[in-house]
Design a protein around this ligand. Sequence first.
Ligand SMILES: Cc1cc2nc3c(=O)[nH]c(=O)nc-3n(C[C@H](O)[C@H](O)[C@H](O)COP(=O)(O)OP(=O)(O)OC[C@H]3O[C@@H](n4cnc5c(N)ncnc54)[C@H](O)[C@@H]3O)c2cc1C
Length: 431
Amino acid sequence: MKVAVLGAGFAGLGAAMRLSENHEVTIIERLPSLGGVVASVDYDGAKIPWGSHWILSTDTSLVDLIKELGLENKLRWKNIRMGFFYEQRIYGIASPLELLSFSPLPFFARIRFGLFGLLVLLSKGRLAKSLEGKSAGKWLMETAGKDVCDNLFEPLARIKFNQSLDEISASWLYNRLVDTAKGGEKYGFLEGGFETLIKAIKERIEKNGGKIILDSEVRKIGISGGKASSVTFVHGDGEKTIETDAVVSALPIPVLLKTAELPVEYREQLSRVKYKYIINAFFVLDKKLVSGFDWVNYCYDGLPFGGTLEHEMSVYKNSDSGSLLYVFTYLNEKDSLWEKSKEEIKNIYQTELEKLFPGIVKIIRHAFVEKSNLAWPIYDKDYGSYMPWNKTPVKGLYLAGIFTTYPKMPSTGVAAESGYEASRLIGGEIK
Ligand SMILES: Cc1cc2nc3c(=O)[nH]c(=O)nc-3n(C[C@H](O)[C@H](O)[C@H](O)COP(=O)(O)OP(=O)(O)OC[C@H]3O[C@@H](n4cnc5c(N)ncnc54)[C@H](O)[C@@H]3O)c2cc1C
């Protein structure tokens, strides 16, 4: 059977890898490289993801995939220390002692926060169902209290999602906290970064006879007689159409809506899926910037970015002793920063970083800025009621993507799993 997989993020790659075992697969990707949100850019012989990516220790699907492709010997685990920047000081809250000295919270709120952490850890994900349809604001106010909400979770929600807690799903935030509590500070890297894994997936797909077409924007999924039967894409100057027996769309939902004529009711359901706007920059530095912490959340207003994440450059380039500093901002389309050019954003970030870390400008070797308005679906409290599933009402058309995996914490492994699921459904339909 001929199957077209549209989009080569981890969902598309997962689907293509499984489908290529039994079918004639063609992947069509708009960008010149694979990986989607994890796609890399070249710097001095190294491949660096445009957005910071670690392997989450709770992402068992990803770890299984790494093992399946024989890359386990390239996997390294590291303790990543997260800090919170309040009033010119960085606080850790990983240990009970650190928590007790976390002065931005009143003393009794620190105790309550500690008990809340314990509840999350011991509940092991069992509360997710009961929180469905509830806002994170309501849940946290009831369980962690007002001081913890106002001084910790509300600023974090602004930094991480540019949303208030009332706009966020409690079930999803709870799952995220469970994963964070379970994983602790343990995060993984592959030698050479995610590019090492993407290369191995590509080789596996090609070994199975799959075809990969890059630099090609999908324009139309042809549906005739109620069945997905062709895909039209632009490659170079020309438009090309391929006939197909099934299509897996691993495209962001707004792109799918532009490319396929879907039944009205289904279209209305999909139109409810909205995405966050993200600006991500990385700075290659001569040496590590923030001592004692790898990930810092900046808990105050007026800063153009919400956090910084630091990786060792040696992950991406063996002999390099430098540091890779990611800076990120989650925002809305109406935010004035979104309108600025990448060069202007780079200068704004640099100026603010220099105020926080005097002297940083002198150790910056290279800077790169990227913007995306389709990288992160927004999970509001009702998302569970309109979440798209892998199967669609159109025969032969399946979906894969992180938007099908709520309330799990979005990750590369979870995205790949949604691709496996689309592949399983296609296999089942044939039987
Ligand atoms: C900033 C950031 C940091 C993250 N950090 C981590 C982390 O540390 N660890 C972790 O495991 N996960 C992390 N995640 C989550 C994880 O990366 C994503 O959830 C996952 O990669 C999404 O995969 P996807 O295939 O669903 O979507 P995408 O990666 O968005 O894939 C969609 C693909 O469709 C392509 N496309 C779009 N339009 C067209 C078109 N018209 N024609 C053809 N192709 C098209 C895109 O180019 C893209 O390749 C992070 C996410 C973000 C945004």
